[in-house]
Design a protein around this ligand. Sequence first.
Ligand code: A2P
Length: 345
Amino acid sequence: MNHQPRPLAPCSLAIVGATGAVGVEFLHCLAARNFPVGKLKLLASHRSAGKTLPFKGQSLTVEALTEDSFAGVDIALFSAGGETSKKYAPIAVKAGAVVVDNSSAFRMDADVPLVVPEVNAKEIGAHQGIIANPNCAAIISMMPLWPIHQHNRITRVQLATYQAASGAGAAAMEELSDSTRAYLAGQDYAPKVLPHPYAFNLFSHNTKIDPVTGYNDEEIKVMREARKIFGDPDLRISATCIRVPVLRAHAVAISFECERPITEHEARAMIAKAPGVKLVDDRANNLFPMPKDASGKDEILVGRIRQDLSDPSGRTIALFVAGDQLLKGAALNAVQIAEHLVKTQ
Ligand code: A2P
């Protein structure tokens, strides 16, 4: 793919998947961060053509995505699923746009940077037209580990996620609300989007399982992407991904082992200084990160920081994080990448 840089500020933007759970948050982040938006094109499936969405006091009309949608577009933010990205991202690049893609379609491609700006913003400049936004659980998990990894290399990570409905899109969020209402009214509810009853339940992540290893696709994404984001192919990491009945913020229980001994005080001090994270670690009041508090916030909340007592060598720390899946886990991270593009091109 040949990409010719062009002046970007104020830039002409397209949002692919504008009517979706992440799409709406793209609009929120662009407005809240005062992104230098020139033209703004809202794209979705033909089903949504003609709908309107609010942006900075205006009402913008959604257009159906076509191969001609990207003429004159500088940056295209994609969040309409992997198949749409695979088909349309190369078309957008050919038309001269830089694509920031929230799907998993290109994340592991060698020529596609996989970026969490607080960790590896330096990779952005190497793009060939597409920059991938990592998996939401990977972003939320790796943010608090990065400052520690730089100081005392993390060699092994074990994590278990508690993932919200929003990661499966707007229809899954609606399913959680509708099925909860039905449950409380004593009515039957047949799941339409997710494979199991969601109200007052939790289940193993709804992606397909590798019959050989027993890991599901989400877990494999988190493990592979963590290594790529950290630029450390030797990082040993194992994930267990679980869907929980929460609307829009993921939580993750993490235990990580460092090369050298580390105390909880050192870990806490490094995390407290890290950009994009906020300590919520109040033992006296049993107050720690909760999805309810992370929802709608840009920061990843981190707490329960403690020595992992199963490692007598003193090299392992356990902690618990919560982060908004739609913001830092998706739209905010992508808009931060777009901000770097505007600054550096
Ligand atoms: P639409 O609302 O018209 O179906 P979510 O992740 O919340 O499910 O949202 C997915 C987003 O991707 C929506 O904006 C949806 O548009 C859009 N989308 C899904 N399939 C396509 C497609 N084939 N072409 C364009 N947009 C699509």
